[in-house]
Structure formats: structure tokens, C-alpha cells
Design a protein around this ligand. Structure first.
Ligand SMILES: Nc1ncnc2c1ncn2[C@@H]1O[C@H](COP(=O)(O)OP(=O)(O)OP(=O)(O)O)[C@@H](O)[C@H]1O
Ligand SMILES: [Mg+2]
Length: 338
């Protein structure tokens, strides 16, 4: 068993909702992340999926300490980093970097690629002293498959896939141990997505990186993830290995997401019954009582409105399929076709 590089314990991020212009009064809170616990093992890729607004990016920002947690802990190699500030924060931040969704807006159009990739060295000059920076940036360009001679070009001179390579090079500059990829291929053409994912996988092997890979749907994370966590309205509803999630999902929400994943084989596609979820996602400012998914769940009973289901290994699962799911009525769904 690999060691945990990151441990997240009961993490909460609430954004205050205020009213009034002069005297702001708090009238509620958006519960973007509402009590999430999981771990990331060294060298693994943990996929995080869920619909828009479920709190994936907020989770990433709190882990990176770009946003302060409302409560809970984030342990990096056993040390709680959630309340650090100043030099101590700066030192751990080096180890956790992020690659953003949209390579069109996340790169400053007025900066050269060399300046963009080398910018982190301004904050951490110890990684590449001034005289070595140009060479360090050229090496990074080479590592992500771009011509080192492009160092003086501007972002608009690159394609979407190339820009995301620039974003990845920047993420690698400080030699981090963890990279959080927030929908890194969602803005790219399907034909380019696989190339960027292959690059990320190759870099993971070369540098021993641990990844959190955020996406909307299960089809993208399947290829790259060792484990997958499914989020709904600020909560983790199911988490397990690739196989446990894709073959033995027990949470109705995971099953609904899986039923929407495109299947290449047309016979399997026809015989598979698709779950269409009723209704919209409730507001994270006012989530349903008990199980948050109950308002859209076909299995919901009275108990679901009264009791919050805990994330735990359900008794219906034994042996190799055992993994955590937060449902009062967990069961593996019979697929019409395997
Ligand atoms: N700075 C903020 N202030 C107030 N509310 C916020 C803030 N940032 C995010 N939210 C709210 O928190 C919830 C979770 O947002 P978040 O961006 O984390 O979702 P997401 O899962 O990343 O969605 P997407 O898939 O669209 O990127 C949303 O309801 C969002 O409106
Ligand atoms: Mg997001």
C-alpha cells in the first residue's frame, strides 16, 4: 500500500450569502463543500466527478489553499496545511500545483510563453536561480512536447492543445509532488483531449506525481484514474477503485452518471437501460435534508429525508468490490448487458 500524500478530513467551505449594500448582513451560506473526507495516495490518480456546481473547483481551491477552509483539515504528508500562512504556506504551496480548465483564459495574453512558464520562479527563486531560468523553461517546454525555440512566442500563437501543454509546463516548474487538474481537457477538441491525457500520464510516470483529476463525466476520468470519487452538492457520495465504481457502483447517483456514459458497442448501447434523473440540482445554499440526492432519487423513502447517509462500506459489498458509498439503500445495479 502506498502512503497517503494528502489526507482530507471533514473539509467544509461555505461562502457567506450577504444582503444590504452598506451594512452587509449574512443571510445564509452557499455550502459549496460540506464535510468531505478522502485520501490521495502517493503516485496515484484520483478522479473527481460530479455535475456543474457540486463543488469540485472549490474543493481544489481549498486544497491548494487559494481559499481558506471554513473548517476541517488538509494533511500534506501528515501536516495540517489548511491554516498555514506566510512562509510556511509558501513552502507547502510549491508542492501542490494546479492545471486549469481553460487554456484560452488562464494564460496572460501579454506575456511570452517563457515568462508564463518561468513566473513561478519569481516566487521560488531557489528552484531556478536567475541565470538558469531560460534553460529551465526550455527544458520544461521540451518535457511537455513543445519546441524550446518557441520560448519568445505569445499564447495566441499556439493551438488549444499546445496552450494546455504550456499550462502543464507551468504547473511542473516548481517540481511539485501533487498536481490538481481541474477539467484540463474540457475546453479542448476531442481529438486533442487524448494527447493531453497521454502527456499527463507520461509525466506522472517520469516524475512520480500524484494527481487529482476533476471532470464532469465518468468517461474522461476512467482512462486516467486509479480511484474515482463522485460528488453531489458538496458531498462525496461514493469513492472507490476504477473497477469498484465502474462495475459495482451502489449509489443511485453514480449509477445515473454511469448510465449516461457513451458505450462504443451498439448492441450494449441498446440493451442498457438509461437512468434519466428528474428535476434540477437543488441549490447548495439550501440543500435537501437527510440525503441530498433524495429529491432526484427513484429509491428515496422517508428515512432518506430524515437521516444523513454516511460514507461507509455497505454490507451488500464484500471482498474485492468493497468500497465506500453514502446511501441508505445501496445495491449493485443489474445491467441488462455487461
Ligand atoms: N467565490 C464564491 N462565492 C460564492 N459562491 C461561490 C463561490 N465560488 C463558488 N461558489 C458556489 O459554490 C458552488 C460550487 O461551485 P464550484 O465552482 O466549486 O463547482 P464545480 O463543481 O467546480 O462546477 P463546474 O463543473 O461548473 O466547474 C456553486 O454553487 C457556486 O456558485
Ligand atoms: Mg469547476
Amino acid at each position: 500500500m502506498a502512503e497517503n500524500i494528502l489526507e482530507v478530513k471533514d473539509l467544509v467551505k461555505h461562502y457567506p450569502l450577504t444582503q444590504g449594500i452598506l451594512f452587509k448582513k449574512q443571510v445564509g451560506a452557499v455550502k459549496a463543500v460540506d464535510g468531505i473526507s478522502f485520501e490521495l495516495k502517493k503516485g496515484e490518480t484520483l478522479g473527481i466527478v460530479g455535475e456543474s456546481g457540486c463543488g469540485k473547483s472549490t474543493l481544489a481551491k481549498v486544497l491548494m489553499n487559494l481559499e481558506r477552509a471554513t473548517s476541517g483539515q488538509v494533511l500534506f504528508k501528515g501536516e495540517d496545511i489548511s491554516q498555514l500562512s506566510g512562509a510556511a504556506l509558501k513552502a507547502v504551496r510549491r508542492n501542490i500545483q494546479m492545471v486549469f480548465q481553460d487554456p484560452y483564459t488562464s494564460l496572460n495574453p501579454r506575456m511570452t510563453v517563457g515568462d508564463i512558464i518561468g513566473e513561478p520562479f519569481e516566487i521560488h527563486p531557489e528552484v531556478a536561480p536567475k541565470g538558469d531560468r531560460r534553460k529551465a523553461v526550455q527544458d520544461l517546454l521540451d518535457v511537455v512536447g513543445l519546441n524550446p525555440e518557441y520560448i519568445n512566442r505569445y499564447p495566441h500563437q499556439f493551438s488549444g492543445g499546445q496552450r494546455q501543454r504550456i499550462g502543464i509546463a507551468r504547473g511542473l516548474a516548481l517540481k511539485p509532488e501533487i498536481i490538481i487538474c481541474d477539467e484540463p481537457v474540457s475546453a479542448l477538441d476531442v481529438s486533442v483531449q487524448a494527447q493531453v491525457i497521454n502527456l499527463l500520464e507520461q509525466l506522472q510516470g517520469d516524475f512520480g506525481l500524484s494527481y487529482m483529476f476533476i471532470a464532469h463525466d465518468l468517461s474522461i476520468v476512467r482512462h486516467i484514474s486509479d480511484r474515482v470519487g463522485v460528488m453531489y452538492l458538496g458531498k462525496m457520495v461514493e469513492i472507490g477503485s476504477d473497477e469498484e465504481i465502474y462495475e459495482n457502483a451502489t449509489h443511485p447517483y453514480t449509477q445515473a452518471l454511469l448510465s449516461a456514459v457513451p458505450v462504443p458497442d451498439p448492441t450494449a448501447r441498446e440493451s442498457r437501460d438509461r437512468i434519466v434523473l428528474a428535476g434540477d440540482i437543488p441549490s447548495p445554499a439550501n440543500p435537501p435534508s437527510g440525503c441530498r440526492f433524495r429529491t432526484r432519487c427513484w429509491k428515496a423513502e422517508d428515512r432518506c429525508a430524515e437521516e444523513i447517509p454516511l460514507l461507509a462500506v455497505p454490507s451488500v459489498l464484500e471482498g474485492p468490490a468493497a468500497h465506500e458509498s453514502a446511501c441508505h439503500f445501496p445495491e449493485v445495479r443489474e445491467q441488462a448487458a455487461a
